[in-house]
Design a protein around this ligand. Structure first.
Ligand SMILES: [Zn+2]
Length: 429
């Protein structure tokens, strides 16, 4: 046995312990056989994840403290998860201003693994945004990055007042469901991600805290398994139309896409199989770009559904944001594909699209705010501060709101250093 091999075994020990502990004391996500399948998948994911890192020499590069860190946060997440399962009710927040109108709808569309380097509206050579590029009613923000390169951490910090600067624990944070529920909005969560999985279970809890939650992707036994199956995002159109048609004055809607997650070829129907490659690397890039083309259709359609609903109920003030949870490296900076942070140039994993759609009624009623939104499109931003920007966009005021952290505010502080999860300064390229 050589030295490197013994090192491999050493780093697997915490995951084996975790597997045994998890098996003895399983989390209660759903009933029946799904539970045991989910646990087996959790263990497999952990082992595959570690092995993949070791094979690619990333642990050697990052050093042992990183291993300890990963193991620690893994345990920490599991404990938080169990605690969070206990309380599913939104926290009551004191609200000072509950919006800009009696009838208001806000939609947050959270994409998945979408790198703006592959979007033609952000300059990619392949025309992957034939629909979004024709829209005159969106504001395209050009310099937005995600705080993390993983779904769980990114979504939790987007939604809550926890960020990379304050490092508030998620279980102690206030999130947008708490805020909008307290402001008298009905909260909705519509998702095409799998509700079962180790990385996503805290997101599922958050979703279930909403007044209404719907998961349309339930054919897989885990979020890991779901990445190898097809569940097209167009499945979200009907539930979205249904909630928009509900007779409720104030709506806060989150739509969580499957987006551009690997396996890329599973993300789009055959009509979108447009780009091709000559070898396996080129084929992977072509599949990713096909998924971008489909994502263009999805995001454009969601904006259109909201637009026609707003026209139908012309007293409603509507707005929407599309962003991705994190980026993706598809052979852009090295010979690999994925959103692993530990590569030579982590920037690509956090460079995301950020689009804002406002209804004509929104722009008419909020002329000054609209002007600031237009002026600030090239400002640097990290989406861990989106909690503040979304409150700002909707005219919500409470003690947790910080105007300097909202990119839609004229007092926005653009001098924040964008220090990412591993301590790297994004702007020191
Ligand atoms: Zn993700």
């Amino acid at each position: 046995m050589d030295l490197k091999f013994s090192f491999w075994l050493l780093i697997l020990i915490p995951y084996l312990i975790l597997f045994i502990l998890t098996y003895k004391n399983p989390p209660t996500v759903s009933n029946s056989k799904k539970k045991s399948y989910a646990i087996i998948f959790l263990a497999l994911v952990a082992i595959i994840f570690i092995s993949e890192n070791v094979i690619n020499g990333r642990f050697a590069r990052k050093g042992v403290p990183q291993i300890a860190n990963v193991t620690y946060s893994f345990f920490e997440r599991m404990i938080l998860y169990k605690e969070a399962m206990q309380e599913r009710l939104p926290k009551k927040i004191e609200i000072n201003s509950n919006g800009t109108s009696n009838q208001q709808t806000f939609v947050l569309i959270i994409g998945e693994s979408c790198s703006r380097r592959h979007m033609s509206i952000y300059g990619s050579k392949r025309i992957t945004n034939p629909k979004l590029s024709k829209r005159k009613d969106i504001f395209k923000y050009t310099d937005v990055v995600s705080p993390y390169s993983t779904t769980l951490n990114s979504v939790l910090t987007i939604i809550s007042n926890a960020d990379l600067e304050n490092r508030i624990d998620f279980d102690k944070s206030i999130d947008l469901i708490d805020v909008f529920h307290s402001a008298g909005f009905k909260t909705y969560w519509i998702s095409n991600q799998s509700p079962i999985g180790i990385w996503d279970n805290l997101i599922t809890i958050l979703a279930k805290k909403s007044d209404y939650s719907k998961f349309v992707n339930i054919s897989s036994n885990s979020s890991f398994e779901a990445t190898y199956n097809s569940s097209y995002d167009s499945k979200l159109f009907n539930p979205f139309k249904t909630v928009l048609n509900e007779n409720v004055d104030k709506k806060f809607i989150i739509i969580h896409l499957m987006g551009n997650h690997s396996s890329y070829s599973k993300r789009y129907p055959s009509d979108f199989n447009v780009f091709e490659g000559k070898n396996s690397k080129e084929e992977t890039i072509a599949e990713y770009d096909n998924s971008m083309l489909y994502n263009d259709f999805i995001v454009d359609s969601l904006f259109n559904i909201l637009k026609s609903n707003t026209t139908l109920h012309n007293n409603t003030i509507s707005s929407a944001i599309y962003l991705s949870d994190h980026g993706e490296n598809v052979y852009d900076i090295n010979d690999r594909a994925g959103h692993d942070y530990a590569n030579e140039m982590p920037q690509v994993n956090v460079e995301i699209p950020f689009l804002v759609w406002l209804s004509p009624s929104y722009m008419h009623n909020n002329a000054t705010k609209t002007e600031t939104i237009k002026i600030n499109i090239n400002q640097p931003y990290v989406t861990d501060d989106l909690f503040h920007a979304i409150m700002d966009l909707n005219g919500i005021q409470c003690a947790y709101f910080k105007e300097e952290k909202s990119i839609f505010n004229e007092k926005f502080n653009n001098s924040r250093l964008r220090i990412l999860e591993d301590g790297m300064d994004y702007d020191a390229k």
